[in-house]
Ligand binder design. Structure first.
Ligand SMILES: [Cu+2]
Length: 155
């Protein structure tokens, strides 16, 4: 799957020329995530308004500020994310779409376009918070066009 110029389509072949459909681990996911990372969210603006440093073993609250492209705060967006160890591209290998979906959870809206995420790091590593903000009325498919990777440093 690739996201090119805002168009979402399926490619039958991965970059290596291997038919994608035969790959159980969905290596194409990496290409997709890379495309997502290289593009800015299409319908929203996602900003981190809290510290991105956390302590191992302690629950931290991260705050995201979501607006539309005009800077109007969005309180009814569907903000879903998953957090994993490593940089944006690490850990994607061997992870299939179902695993990813299963790990996703919803951020809680606290008003004024702000959303809270609670997370307790277990290791002194860099984590990536894959964040998707889907404006109300937009289909879940647009999550691919409204994605941002946010780094968290655990110490
Ligand atoms: Cu990501």
């Amino acid at each position: 799957m690739y996201v090119t110029g805002g168009t979402f389509y399926l490619s039958a072949y991965s970059e290596s020329g291997q038919p994608m459909m035969s790959q159980n681990n969905m290596g194409g996911m990496m290409g997709m995530c890379q495309s997502m990372m290289n593009s800015i969210p299409q319908d929203v603006v996602i900003k981190t308004t809290s510290s991105q440093v956390a302590n191992v073993g302690e629950e931290s609250t991260f705050t995201l500020f979501v607006t539309d492209k005009k800077g109007e705060p969005l309180d009814n967006a569907n903000v879903i994310l998953h957090i994993e160890k490593g940089g944006p591209m690490e850990g994607m290998d061997g992870m299939n779409m179902m695993d990813m979906m299963g790990k996703m959870f919803k951020a809680e809206n606290i008003g004024s376009g702000q959303y809270q995420v609670k997370f307790t790091p277990t290791e002194k590593v860099y984590y990536t918070m894959h964040t998707h903000a889907i404006p109300q009325g937009k289909s879940m498919m647009s999550m691919m066009n409204n994605h941002m990777d946010i780094g968290i440093i655990a110490k």
